[in-house]
Design a binder for this molecule. Structure first.
Ligand code: SF4
Length: 206
């Protein structure tokens, strides 16, 4: 079972395969085709306990990485309580030497956890990378198929705005594939209105 793995000098953490979305482009659809993101080992036969995840961290030279990234083959905020516990445990051991912590998320943490989790991120999470994916709710549903339907789009935007009060780097991301220049420009406007950044990512063809 792969809980932590290295990628481009960062330490990635895989706590769950659960997700409330089923994105058309999800790398989960391309499993077993060779890249680090498509290895079968990232499919967890069961979710690791937080103690197992901590052991996986402590088996590595944690402070040698440029960043710790909670990502995985699923939505990491399904394990938010455990994720934050892990950050606290690592901070207690490594203090200021702990690399900055990022969560790659679909932005549905508040929907998933049924509360405003943003204050809990303060002082623990340095970067939130939130998948924007679309410029409107209908396109978002067509692309990401969230179980909550169109309400999930506004919930993601609300989460980004709220999280920016507590997390220094909040970044909306889009994948450039199938996006027009006008759509990308609109994404810039959406991000600016929320007071966060936009990052346009290249599509990883899996
Ligand atoms: S939100 Fe992420 S993990 Fe979930 S289906 Fe979309 S790409 Fe996959």
């Amino acid at each position: 079972m792969t809980i932590t793995y290295e990628y481009e000098s960062a330490l990635y953490v895989n706590l769950t395969n659960k997700c409330n979305c089923n994105c058309e482009f999800c790398l989960r659809h391309g499993k077993a085709q060779g890249s680090i993101y498509t290895e079968d080992s990232l499919w967890l036969e069961r979710e690791p306990t937080r103690e197992e995840a901590l052991d996986s961290f402590l088996g590595r030279d944690v402070c040698s990485y440029r960043e710790i990234v909670f990502c995985g083959y699923g939505e990491p905020t399904y394990r938010l309580d455990d994720l934050l516990w892990l950050v606290d445990e690592l901070k207690a051991r490594f203090g200021d030497k702990l690399p900055p912590v990022r969560i790659n998320t679909n932005g549905h943490a508040n929907l998933i956890n049924g509360r405003n989790v943003c204050p809990e991120l303060s002082g623990r999470i340095h970067t939130l990378s939130i998948s924007l994916n679309a410029t409107n709710a209908a396109d978002y549903v067509a692309l990401c198929h969230p179980t909550q339907g169109e309400a999930a789009y506004q919930a993601m935007l609300d989460f980004a705005r709220e999280a920016a009060k507590y997390v220094s780097q909040v970044v909306l991301t889009i994948v450039d594939k199938d996006k027009t220049a006008e759509e990308i420009e609109l994404c810039h406007t959406i991000a600016a209105d929320l007071g966060v950044k936009l990052r346009v990512r290249s599509f990883i063809d899996s």
